[in-house]
Design a protein around this ligand. Structure first.
Ligand code: AGP
Length: 607
């Protein structure tokens, strides 16, 4: 998603701006640009596509200046062309914008009626013109910006340069995050602390409606009512060290292989294996009175929530409702006073989830969040914080964050069951023992990497792929299909195995591989019956099961993938590995951009 960096310093800033953009690359983008003030004029360079294209433009036409803004754009309004790339500028004002200005159309019409001309199709350019008009009429930057911010509907993080004021940068946020960074001889703006990691760890997170006047010596922050406010300066903890791929070809593969370690790291904060107890970093009392939980998330995090629904209902006997965030907020959900709304997010900045979270809070819900980025908006705004410790996830396709989410959610289900008196000490010890086995089981699952690579070569030519699973492995089927779509661009669907005969079975022929997730356990036989329905129609099955399951049902399959024998509780955590590896290898064989697949963004900060 779009990324912002702004610097007011004493030395040349262009190289630093590009360095900041490099750190934001993982978010996904399709064009980039930089603007500085040089010799009393705004000077811009922009390029379509990868950051290297912008670097080439800068090499041919260098930019100088000690103040500047830069941006990576993920297209919303207008194609990813150079003209639509940020910064957008008039003769007086240049700005970069994350988010969406929802009322841009009437604003643009109004500006055109006053004779202004536009060079892009973006919503962002209207903001540059609106502020510019006020500057041209003689307003100071603070006055002009404060007035125009009140006219904007939607979501924005902005960084604005003013031609006549070469020592001043203005930032503003509503809905999209913006961070002020305090350096020794420079002050920064960034869309997240990671963008500023090479320069400073001393950051202040702007709050909703805040705007800020940034100079080399510091920053003056104002709230939505234009009152001066203080925002706490914290140490981000994000170091300047580059996260590299090590010996792996892609970040995604590295992150898949990190899972035994990061799941163990996460579980450390949630279980005490020696005592046989779960131990959440939140107090028990918050849980015992809960009768109903609503889980809200997007994408892969939503599928983690779907798995959690099975666990929470099975162990704690609490009714669980689940919704994708973009639907929850607009369907007028019934919110019982004091109900628990549980949000799940890797980034903690997904606009749909964040908006749903605020909506739930406003509706009197207690808000818990399972989140991977500890400095994110969701982490800061939650009543109950349940962190995952997956470390920075760079690959756009989420992998290690998912399994860490599952680990936390399983511990939460057990903790809730205990708080409600529905779990004996012996049952709790049992759950903790199985959870503690997850890292080793993940390691064993990873040993199947080579056979999975060989199977991937067979599937890579398919046009459509189906994934089937039952119970908590049904969300895994959905996750497998999502992973494959995201990075290999092969059309894939996940189905509850028993639901296939109600329609999707019409798709079955010998060209559609059907990947079946069927660990041994209470649902195995049922899933095998559904496999037979596929095979009876010439369908080609890839069975993912344990040795017992493969021995029982693997005979007529196109291929089998053998997972370690695990307790059904941790099967969704362990079976994530083969679905991730299949998607990865198929994409690698097809030669797609695995870490930054087309059209996708790591953290989707627009609704
Ligand atoms: C996962 O592979 C996706 N890139 C995407 O579905 C992601 O899970 C979704 O956008 C939610 O993101 P979040 O967990 O950061 O909120």
């Amino acid at each position: 998603m779009c990324g912002i960096i702004g610097i007011v310093g004493s030395g040349e800033v262009t190289a630093h701006l590009v360095e900041g953009l490099r750190r934001l690359e993982y978010r996904g983008y399709d064009s980039a640009g930089v603007c500085t003030i040089n010799n009393g004029a705004l000077d811009r360079r922009r390029a379509e596509g990868k950051l290297d294209n912008l670097v080439n433009v800068l090499a041919a036409e260098p930019l100088i200046g000690h103040i500047g803004i830069a941006h990576t754009r993920w297209a919303t309004h207008g194609a990813p062309t150079t003209n639509n790339a940020h910064p957008h500028a008039t003769a007086e004002v240049s700005l970069v914008h994350n988010g969406i200005i929802e009322n841009f159309k009437p604003l643009r019409d109004e500006l055109i009626a006053r004779g202004r001309t536009f060079e892009s199709q973006t919503d962002s350019e209207v903001v540059a013109h609106l502020i510019s008009e006020r500057i041209e009429a003689g307003d100071m930057p603070e006055i002009a910006t404060a007035a125009i911010l009140k006219r904007l509907h939607g979501a924005f993080a902005l960084a604005i340069l003013f031609r006549q004021y070469p020592d001043l940068l203005i930032g503003a946020r509503l809905g999209s995050p913006l961070v002020v960074g305090y350096g020794d001889d420079a002050t920064y703006l960034g869309s997240d602390a990671l963008a500023l990691a090479s320069f400073t760890q001393r950051v202040a997170y702007l709050e909703e409606g805040d705007w800020v006047v940034v100079t080399r010596d510091g920053a003056r922050i104002f709230d939505a009512q234009d009152r001066p406010v203080e925002r706490e300066v914290t140490i981000s903890g994000v170091t300047g060290a580059y996260i590299d791929k090590g010996n792996y070809r892609h970040f995604m593969l590295k992150e898949i292989f990190e899972q035994p370690v990061v799941v163990a790291q996460t579980l450390q904060s949630y279980i005490k294996p020696l005592d046989g107890q779960v131990a959440l970093p939140i107090p028990d009392f918050a849980l015992s009175s809960i009768q109903r939980i609503t889980i809200i998330a997007c994408g892969t995090s939503y599928y983690a929530g779907m798995v959690a629904k099975y666990w929470l209902e099975q162990f704690a006997r609490v009714a669980v409702e689940i919704d994708v965030a973009s639907e929850y907020r607009y369907r007028e959900p019934v919110m019982e006073e004091g109900g628990l709304a549980l949000f799940i997010s890797q980034s903690g900045e997904t606009a749909d989830t964040l908006a749903a979270m605020r909506h739930a809070k406003a509706g009197g819900q207690k808000v818990a969040v399972v989140v991977n980025v500890p400095t994110s908006s969701m982490a800061r705004e939650a009543d109950l914080l349940l962190p995952t410790h997956a470390g920075t996830e760079i690959g756009v396709a989420s992998t290690k964050a998912f399994t860490c989410q599952l680990a936390v959610l399983a511990a939460l289900a057990a903790n809730l069951a205990r708080a409600k008196g529905r779990l004996s000490a012996e049952q709790e010890r049992d759950i903790v023992t199985h959870l503690a086995e997850a890292p080793a089981a993940l390691n064993m699952a990873l040993q199947q990497d080579e056979p999975i690579q060989a199977i991937s070569a067979i599937i890579a030519g398919a046009r459509d792929v189906l994934y089937l699973g039952r119970g908590p492995d049904y969300p895994l089927a959905l996750e497998g299909a999502l992973k494959l779509k995201e990075i290999s661009y092969i059309h894939a669907e996940g189905y509850a195995a028993g639901e296939m005969k109600h329609g999707p079975i019409a798709l079955i022929d010998d060209l559609v591989p059907v990947i079946v997730l069927a660990p041994s356990g209470p649902l195995f036989e049922k899933t095998v019956s559904n496999m037979q329905e596929v095979q009876a129609r010439g369908g080609k099955i890839v069975l993912i099961s344990d040795a017992t399951g493969v021995a029982a049902a693997g005979e007529d399959c196109l291929a089998t993938i053998t997972m370690p024998d695990v307790h059904p509780l941790i099967a969704p955590i362990v079976y994530a590995i083969p679905v991730q590896l299949l998607a990865y290898h198929i994409a690698a064989i097809k030669g797609t951009d695995v870490d930054q697949p087309r059209n996708l963004a790591k953290s989707v900060t627009v609704e």
